[in-house]
Design a protein around this ligand. Structure first.
Ligand SMILES: *Cc1c(COP(=O)(O)O)cnc(C)c1O
Length: 380
């Protein structure tokens, strides 16, 4: 008998077959330092996978976003447009660089930034003499945003587009890869992401000068001199060679990880789609979502319980489920910031729940989640 009370996690690390061997190689060659042959190989393999000319392996996705912001040479008071329906790490680097975020709501079709609202936001900022210095676009919960109109808008106004693809590695958009259409894109290998190095990130771009500069800043901005000489402020943001070895192994099983997460979503849909008042995050027609997390919306009237009741019912069964992201324009730390639209993200937050979706989640544990959601619905 399986232990009914063993913890079911939302999204836990899942190693493939090659990681340990690759890490052992790094040990055997004593490349335990940051930088080394695994870092170079991971960067090259990652760039090939996402279709950009260059990639820089970094200590986190947040570090990658920070260096992208730094490349823009923002001035105090500058504005950067950003998705409101996201994790705070998308926004914080705007503030690290002294600029101000202006938020844009998402659309129901994909839960990602609405191109219509973005057009409205840019036109309005330009009219007020506050041309945005960049757009930071997130691809949320494994699904690409509607890139074509957003790329076209940014191009028309000459505004750099930075893609936060931390949650969307493995997704597609009209056959392309989210994170590779703008000035640069960022990825994350945090422990809960679709592949992980325990912690890490990648900055990708077709602009070789940008990536070279990012590597320079990430390695304490050391000038080319035999002694330690610095002409700029740097950071310690590089990925260690050991963790890059894990990343290389993980990248090889990315497609399996996508398939596993999509299978969870399909199983949840097959079992739960008939429940009144429960709907799934839609998959937009323009591509394939990885279903990094399976997200549902719960209508309390029709379902008989609200999102929090369902979450607590799952927690009572030792199942980890989480509310979807709280929109940035509702966060105390960004109080007073402006948001174009906002009602869609607010509604998603009021009703949205993320279900356990890790690629190593067993069918048995998934069954426990399904049974607990069904029981919550029956308890009306
Ligand atoms: C995880 C995540 C990040 C940050 O990545 P880290 O590697 O944890 O710094 C940024 N944006 C989004 C949307 C994320 O989910």
């Amino acid at each position: 008998m399986p232990d009914r009370k063993s913890r079911v996690y939302l999204s836990s690390p899942h190693m493939g077959g090659d990681e340990l061997r690759l890490v052992t190689e790094a040990f055997a060659s004593n490349w335990i330092a940051p930088l080394g042959p695994s870092v170079d190989a991971f960067e090259a393999e990652f760039a090939a996978r996402v279709g950009t000319a260059h990639a820089a392996a970094l200590s986190s996705g947040t570090a990658a976003l920070h260096l992208a912001m730094r490349w823009l040479r923002l001035q105090p008071g500058d504005e950067v447009i950003c998705s409101t329906f996201t994790f705070s790490a998308t926004v914080n680097p705007i503030v690290y660089e002294g600029a101000r975020p202006v938020f844009v709501d998402c659309e129901r079709e994909s839960w990602n930034m609405s191109p219509e609202l973005l057009a409205e936001a840019i036109a309005d900022r330009v009219k007020r003499g506050r041309r945005p210095k960049a757009v930071v676009l997130v691809h949320i919960y494994g699904q690409s945003a509607d890139l074509d109109p957003i790329v076209a808008l940014c191009a028309r106004y000459g505004i750099p587009l930075i893609e936060d693809a931390a949650e969307a590695l493995g997704a597609t958009y009209r056959g392309r890869v989210p994170g590779s259409s703008g000035l640069c894109g960022i990825h994350s290998f945090n422990g809960n992401k679709i592949i992980t190095t325990s912690g890490g990130g990648m900055l990708v771009s077709n602009d070789g000068a940008l990536i070279e500069k990012a590597r320079f800043w990430a390695t304490q901005a050391r000038d080319a001199a035999p002694h330690y000489q610095h002409s700029e402020i740097g950071f310690n943001y590089r990925l260690s060679n050991v963790l890059a070895a894990i990343g290389r192994g993980q990248l090889r099983v990315l497609d399996d990880r996508v398939a596993a997460r999509r299978a969870h979503c399909a199983a949840y849909q097959a079992a739960l789609a008939g429940l009144p008042g429960l709907e799934f995050m839609p998959e937009a027609a323009w591509g394939r979502s990885t279903r990094w997390l399976t997200c549902v919306l719960i209508d309390p009237e029709k379902f008989g319980a609200d999102r929090e009741k369902v979450r607590l019912a799952l927690e009572a069964e030792n199942i980890e489920a989480r509310p979807v992201w709280k929109p940035m324009h509702l966060q105390p730390v960004f109080a007073g910031s402006e948001c174009y639209g906002g009602a869609v993200a607010e509604d998603l937050f009021a009703r949205g729940l993320c279900l356990p979706s890790g690629s190593n989640l067993t069918a048995e544990d998934r069954g426990r989640v399904i049974a607990a959601v069904q029981a919550a619905a029956r308890r009306r």
